[in-house]
Design a binder for this molecule. Sequence first.
Ligand code: PGA
Length: 267
Amino acid sequence: MIVPVRPVIIAANWKMHLSPTEAGSLAGRIAAACAAPQVERVLCPPFVALAAVGEAVAGSGFAVGAQNVHQEVAGAYTGEIAAPMLSGLASWCIVGHSERRRDFGETDAIIGRKVLRCLEAGLRPILCVGEGLAEREGGRAEAVVRTQLVGALADLGEGACRAGALVIAYEPVWAIGTGRSARGSDAAAMADAVRASLAEMGWLQGASVPVLYGGSVTAASCGDFLAEPALDGALVGGASLKVEEMAGIVARAALTARARAEAGIRG
Ligand code: PGA
């Protein structure tokens, strides 16, 4: 009997770095260094570099993702990008990153609409959630993440996320760009809490939603997370701009993917 296993996903968040030419060049080098078909690999460059990165990774198995999208389909929103415009350029999209929550006032309600727009446009949303340091130290981390999930997803319902499109990234705010990552066991406990929240919302397939960890992941630290059965990969920021870091992270992820595939085949 084949028991379905969750995929292993490594997504790179390049944030506001690199010109289209630079991004295309880096993407080509990363794709060449990260051949691992067992791992779903995604590069998320700035909007203006999506086409260049798409060309650079064509045929490599890498997918391309955006870092944000507007919550409306079209309209008078100067400077914004709508999900349907990403057709042919991206197949994934990061939504609700803590930098967008903090710097652009994105609320859970807005983020939920962005998730919906992604799903309507055939994009796989990576919904980011995570607590701040005071919330973690105050013992409120799980409650904060639960509130973020319910606020973004409860109105959508499980049906909106059919076909397994949704991915959740647990990114504690205090771990992003700080060099201080969470403990693997704490991140795994949060992944369990994420799935418990989905179950509380009545999501029957919640257990199959991939949960990634993000926050100062490097080639050296990624094993802590990829060894946890509850975690399904990583959303990588700073380290994803370095070929050798990505090569190390994807190679480690391939070990987890292979182990899962073997464990999933029984009898
Ligand atoms: P970091 O960023 O890996 O540089 O901490 C992660 C993210 O913001 O997604």
